[in-house]
Design a binder for this molecule. Structure first.
Ligand code: EMZ
Length: 385
């Protein structure tokens, strides 16, 4: 077994019954495991709502550390639509040439610094730095702001040994409050100012709504991007032939990115709150209980994906749900894809091979299910071409 192999702990439960019952902070969760059912539930926003008290649809629940509603992620249709219409064009900016060029410069410069050094601890010295710097492009704020975000570590709500860290979350909330005040005093062309000037359904956004969008932008794309980047590097370290293949066949790089997202599934699952007594896989789901849409399990569903536990770089049929599904599909997906695409281009250009020196896995646990999502520590050496 390779270090970069990512396990699928849900296989048996998915085949046997299609769901699993787990407990999260004394509030049980029914995990939906098959691709077809995950899609069906994601689609049915009336019965499976995202709009409960802020933080409850996240598993682990964030109700104790967050009162701000994340927008548009914790809002149901039809209200969701107006927010999404406002945000979609902004979050598609990663397709613009200037954005791509700046991202390319950032990642290329970062790689130049770590090339030939030994060891390089990928999580702290590469992925976290990359994610934070790239976020300045998404928010359109000064590059230097990333220094502060880097100092916050890999997750804005979690710290070493603490799944939910209220003090740490407060640092982010205070920071965002101050940034909103700054943008009110001196408007610019950053996301804060754009949102403060915007209207949804004929009404100006409140400060709390702006905060909700920004909190989501900081938290939703942090450990997910860091894991995707780190897992990609570990994979190439152990599969030099794959890096070589992408160098030789640039036309399959787009498919390879989708395959990495499917295989790594950086976000294991996302919850919904049941609004009326119903059934999930012939299993009773009571009103006000929670289900979770398990993207990671759905992405290994053998009834949809051939050889689901293998990375097939040029996989043809790949209807993965790594970026979610339906109304709430990931707003940051364009940015995330552009990051992976740029990373692959830069690695193909500059790196001959990667030595994996040592690693410590980051494993999530939901009762009996243990799933590797990435690394706590990943020491490598990048060997230049
Ligand atoms: C929430 C979530 C969004 C949550 C797409 O996922 O990501 C999690 O990492 C955060 O903790 O608050 O933003």
């Amino acid at each position: 077994m390779n270090n970069s192999d990512m396990n699928d702990p849900f296989e048996q439960a998915r085949i046997d019954q299609g769901y699993a019952q787990v407990s999260d902070q004394d509030d049980p969760v029914t995990m939906v495991l098959r691709l077809k059912d995950v899609r069906k539930c994601a689609h049915n926003t009336k019965t499976f709502s995202s709009q409960d008290i802020p933080g409850r649809i996240v598993v682990p629940s964030e109700v104790n550390i967050r009162t701000t509603r994340q927008i548009p992620f914790e809002v149901d249709p039809p209200m969701h639509k107006g927010y999404r219409a406002l945000l979609d064009p902004w979050f598609k900016r990663p397709l613009q040439d200037e954005y791509k060029e700046q991202l390319n410069n950032q990642i290329s410069d970062l790689l130049d610094v770590v090339l030939n050094r030994e060891p390089v601890e990928v999580i702290e010295q590469f992925s976290l730095v990359l994610q934070s710097r790239a976020l300045t492009l998404l928010l359109n704020t000064p590059f230097e702001d990333s220094e502060r975000w880097i100092s916050w570590g890999t997750h804005v709500f979690r710290s070493e040994g603490e799944a939910l860290d209220g003090d740490k979350a407060q640092v982010l909330y205070d920071y965002i409050d101050a940034e909103i005040e700054r943008a009110i005093a001196t408007p610019s062309d950053d996301l804060y100012s754009v949102l403060l000037a915007a209207e949804v359904d004929g009404k100006k956004l409140t400060k709390e709504e702006v905060k909700g969008v920004i909190v989501l932008t900081f938290s939703g794309g942090r450990d997910t991007v860091i894991n995707a980047v780190s897992n990609t590097i570990a994979y190439f370290a152990e599969h030099p032939e794959s890096l070589q293949r992408l160098r030789d066949e640039p036309e399959i790089r787009g498919r390879a990115i989708e395959e990495f997202i499917r295989y790594f599934s950086p976000l294991t699952h996302m919850g919904r709150v049941v609004t009326e007594d119903t059934q999930v896989c012939e299993h009773a789901a009571k009103a006000d209980s929670r289900i979770s849409l398990c993207w990671a399990s759905a992405n290994r569903d053998a009834s949809v994906f051939e050889t689901p536990n293998e990375v097939v770089l040029d996989r043809k049929m790949n209807p993965h749900v790594g970026f979610g599904f339906g109304h709430h599909n990931c707003l940051g997906a364009t940015h995330a894809r552009q990051i992976l695409s740029t990373l692959i281009n830069v690695l193909c250009d500059k790196v001959q091979s990667i030595d994996l020196l040592d690693a410590e896995d980051n494993i999530e646990q939901w009762d009996e299910f243990k799933r590797k999502v990435g690394y706590h520590r990943l020491n490598v050496r990048f060997n230049p071409k």
